[in-house]
Design a protein around this ligand. Structure first.
Ligand SMILES: Nc1ncnc2c1ncn2[C@@H]1O[C@H](COP(=O)(O)OP(=O)(O)OP(=O)(O)O)[C@@H](O)[C@H]1O
Length: 594
């Protein structure tokens, strides 16, 4: 994903203000410390001027000792103020980083599934880690140093003017190319910076995918191919980094040259001015001390400038996510629903994915279906007919593009999302488990239960029993055993049973199950189904069926075809009346008698 930024540099950086605002008191204190450090460093040349023109010329030894001690004290004061600046700024900026990262994570949680369909996970990960970290480093060091160094330069130039206007003018004119080079640099480097950070995100996606799919790559012997793909992306990134480095190199050259030229020309001017008695030798001496003090601030401007542009790119990349509209959210005045009867109705529902081609028919196209409270409805249809997609609409993982899904006669878009998702539970065919204990995974939807309370234990036990997931008690640490990332240390069937236990534990009024038993062997499936019937007796359920045995659990069956429900009836009615159903049923996986 590569997008170019359109914001100007100040406007981009100004977007950090809401995060930086609370840290401002300490930042201002830090800047004051920085100014004091600058003042101490600039006072040294002034003291030297006084020494050369005063005690050194008159031979006043005592004053010379005091002056030496004064220089020492100023040096110590400068170091102390720099230390104070760092201490004052570091902590609030780590808090700023924490806040941005937390808001970013929260935003990712709130953004709809369609956003996550469009964005690569590596891009999000690199923004979360790399870009936010860079913003913190820039705020802590880059922005402060830029401020301090510019201030030092301005104060230094003012001092030069104070000694003699000609010195000030020469130094000022010599520093002009810095701004011209800086402007040109920003134009080119900004684009390169964006490209490289996007490429780094693509690279992170590549790593994430290959680690995620390591078993497939190994099984198919495609490790070499994946490495080749990785190399290509890494090469592109390297190419961009090289071009960035070349741009920085050109700029560094200019930023090294300018102070050297400024120093040479000022020296010449200074000597002429001394010979004409316009300035004293002490002033010329002090000028050299000042030029030495100004060399680092001037040299560092190039680096700080590129740092600022990289930080701007990071800000743009992070705010692209903040700026993405949250498509699925609570309505302005949501209706609360403490209880639900469990009536689920699809009324003239249409749905199409955002990336569907124009002219393509809606995937769901004017679909009507009503599930009565307590009823179990099996959903059958050819592969790719949209069964899984349909299961995502009641909980608003996606919003319908036409018509409405209703819970107890209320459009689900009018309900509080929290209520809606408490009343309708969903189990996906692909079971996702988190890096947490079995207990935490199963009780994920039961925030209301006190962890470890007898009630929580009862719910856990019953849910595991329904899902025939008693194996969890046999694990090394029982239900406290951590399951690794995505539950890969468990078998597919075990993971699926834990995911089923999770939705059972949530005790919703409406259960939406997308073929939740597909990874189970026939015997285990039969046991789960038997236990599940107890739950289904009191719960409304919509179950995507790929097996005859799942159909057998249902009170009625809905047949999905061309985006609509074309038939609804009991299994035996449909067997008699519908040729399409007979065909579909004959294609369902074998294993249980019909
Ligand atoms: N996130 C998505 N973005 C765009 N198109 C999608 C997305 N998810 C699914 N589709 C498309 O929607 C169509 C229906 O997919 P869906 O998974 O709902 O079918 P299904 O009936 O459940 O299939 P199966 O029985 O094979 O599981 C497919 O053509 C699929 O490519």
């Amino acid at each position: 994903m590569t997008t170019s930024s359109s914001q100007s540099l100040p406007r981009s950086l100004a977007r950090l203000w809401p995060f930086v605002k609370p840290a401002m008191p300490r930042v201002i204190a830090g800047l004051c410390a920085a100014m004091l450090a600058t003042a101490a460093s600039l006072a040294i040349p002034l003291l030297l001027q006084w020494v050369v023109d005063g005690p050194l010329t008159s031979g006043n030894r005592q004053a010379l000792v005091w002056a030496t001690l004064g220089v020492l004290a100023l040096g110590i004061a400068e170091a102390a103020f720099i230390f104070l600046r760092r201490t004052l700024v570091l902590r609030p900026m780590t808090e700023v980083e924490f806040e941005i990262r937390q808001s970013f994570y929260e935003r990712l949680q709130r953004l709809s599934v369609s956003f996550h369909d469009r964005w690569q996970s590596g891009q999000l990960l690199s923004r979360m880690m790399q870009d936010i970290g860079r913003i913190r480093r820039w705020l802590t060091f880059g922005a402060i140093m830029l401020f301090v160094n510019l201030l030092t330069m301005l104060a230094g130039i003012a001092l030069l003017f104070r000694w003699h206007w000609a010195l000030g003018v020469v130094f000022f004119l010599c520093s002009l190319p810095i701004w011209i080079v800086g402007y040109r640099f920003e134009q080119k480097y900004g684009t390169l910076s964006r490209t490289s950070q996007d490429q780094a995100g693509d690279l992170a996606t590549s790593v994430e995918e290959s680690v995620h799919g390591i078993r497939v790559l190994k099984a198919f012997g495609r490790g070499g191919h994946a490495l080749g793909q990785f190399r290509l992306k890494a090469e592109s990134l390297r190419g961009t980094e090289m071009r960035k480095a070349r741009e920085v190199g050109v700029m560094w050259f200019a930023y090294d040259m300018v102070p050297a030229m400024a120093l040479g020309l000022c020296l010449l001017t200074g000597i002429v001015l001394v010979s004409l008695d316009h300035i004293t030798v002490g002033e010329l001496f002090a000028f050299f001390a000042l030029a030495a003090a100004l060399r680092w601030p001037m040299n560092s401007l190039g680096f700080l400038f590129s740092f600022m542009i990289d930080a701007r790119t990071s800000v743009d990349r992070v705010f692209e996510v903040f700026d993405t509209e949250i498509e699925i959210a609570d309505p302005p005045s949501p209706r609360t629903a403490d209880h639900s009867r469990g009536e689920l109705a699809f009324r003239n529902v249409s749905f199409r994915f955002q990336d569907a081609r124009s002219g393509e028919r809606d995937l769901v196209d004017g679909l009507d279906l009503v599930l009565r409270p307590g009823e179990t409805m099996a959903l059958v249809g050819a592969t790719g007919s949209g069964k899984t997609t349909l299961t995502t609409l009641p909980t608003r993982l996606y919003d319908v593009t036409g018509g409405a899904v209703e819970l107890d006669g209320v459009d689900v878009r009018e309900l509080k999302l929290e209520d809606l998702r408490r009343h309708i539970g969903i189990a996906f065919e692909e079971p996702i488990l988190f890096s947490a204990s079995v207990r935490e995974n199963v009780l994920l939807g039961r925030e209301d239960l006190e962890p470890g309370s007898p009630e929580a234990e009862r719910v856990l036990r019953e849910a595991l029993e329904v899902a025939q997931a008693g194996f969890a008690y046999e694990l090394p640490e029982g239900v406290d055993t951590p399951v690794s990332e995505e539950g890969l240390s468990l078998s597919g069937g075990q993971r699926q049973r834990l995911a089923l236990a999770r939705v059972v534990a949530a005790a919703p009024s409406v259960l939406v199950l997308d073929d939740p038993l597909s990874a189970l062997d026939v015997d285990t499936e039969a046991m789960v189904e038997q236990a599940l019937r107890r739950v289904l007796a009191t719960t409304t359920a919509l179950i995507v069926a790929h097996r005859p045995s799942t159909v057998a659990m249902a009170d009625r069956v809905a047949v999905l075809r061309d985006g609509r429900v074309v038939e609804v009836g009991t299994h035996s009615e449909l067997l008699k009346s519908s040729e399409h159903y007979r065909f579909l049923f004959s294609t369902l996986e074998e294993g249980v008698d019909s």
